[in-house]
Design a protein around this ligand. Structure first.
Ligand code: ZN
Length: 307
């Protein structure tokens, strides 16, 4: 069966997978982002090229039909260019599709990682069959992708809207996006950890996961987690108000208990007059693989890649 490479390029890890045209995942490679290695190697995006070469080797010479990359943005899908100095090192900036096409002789595509995750869930995950799907990825930051009839919902000039930065509490913390109290500033793993550190109850080197673990025992941390969860539920309600989706999917490892967020959001929607009848809130079916699956989908459905 035809297969494509799906790459999920995040701020700390990069994952590459074989994905066939039915959306089934085969071999998966995952590595910490290695800016040092790429800086030593003259080839642009050397780490990605080496990982993709390993995947192709595992396929015993069966060539992929193309390569899709979902990268933490801002990215320019139309030109295949990453320009994200906030969360990616220097070696991961610039034209990425061109060197991959040159290395492997197949077309390549680039999308924002939240859009790629949403596309993956809509195609082969929790959202299969949904006409309109909104997918919230909760990690170090918060990304949202919206899929309508299999297509990524875009802004002007093909841009990626950033509902992860819509304001849910105008009196909330300042965010690098320029707003006060956006979803990311209240509910991302980074925000929860920052707030928790300010309480003085955390051990040195504690992570956001430690905050969620301790929330039931330490009231100050419990309040921070409750506030983050409330912000996420408000975000779900607002996405329902704005997009009238069939389904909202929650994914990512940046919140301790996604099932609890989903349940609280469902309860909130029951009292909301403008929720479409039957609208659902579900956890991801693909987990950490949604980005790779959605990126690979680009190779099966998109027009000509970049070369
Ligand atoms: Zn923000």
């Amino acid at each position: 069966m035809a297969w494509a490479v799906g790459v999920d390029l995040g701020g700390t890890n990069v994952r590459a997978a074989q994905v066939d045209e039915a959306g089934t995942v085969g071999s998966v490679l995952s590595e910490p982002l290695d800016p040092g290695r790429s800086a030593r190697d003259a080839r642009p995006f050397a780490q990605l090229i080496d990982m993709i070469a390993s995947l192709i080797e595992k396929a015993a010479g069966d060539r992929p039909v193309g390569i899709g990359i979902g990268a933490t943005g801002p990215v320019d899908p139309a030109r295949g260019v990453i320009s994200n100095p906030d969360t990616l090192p220097d070696a991961y900036q610039g034209a990425v599709t061109q060197p991959l096409t040159a290395a492997f002789g197949v077309p390549a595509w680039l999308e924002n990682d939240a859009d790629a995750a949403a596309l993956g869930e809509a195609w082969a995950g929790a959202g299969a069959g949904a006409g309109v799907l909104a997918c919230l990825t909760i990690g170090t930051g918060i990304g949202v992708g919206v899929i309508r009839d299999g297509q990524i919902f875009r802004g002007t000039g093909g841009s990626h809207p950033e509902p992860g930065h819509h304001v849910v509490d105008p009196g909330g913390p300042a965010c690098y996006c320029g707003a006060l109290g956006c979803v990311e500033s209240l509910a991302s793993a980074a925000a929860v950890l920052r707030e928790a550190q300010a309480t003085g109850t955390l051990a040195e080197g504690a992570s956001a996961a430690d905050v969620f673990d301790a929330a039931g025992r330490v009231p100050a941390l419990g309040r921070i987690v409750d506030r983050a969860r409330a912000a996420l539920c408000t975000a779900v309600l607002n996405l329902v108000a704005m997009h009238a989706p069939d389904l909202v999917v929650l994914t990512g490892n940046g919140h301790g208990d996604l099932a609890a967020v989903a349940e609280q959001a469902r309860q909130q929607l029951r009292g909301y007059r403008f929720a479409p009848p039957g609208v659902q809130v579900r956890e991801s079916a693909l987990g950490g693989m949604a980005g790779c699956v959605g990126a690979a989908r680009l190779a099966f459905t998109s027009g000509p890649g970049h070369d």
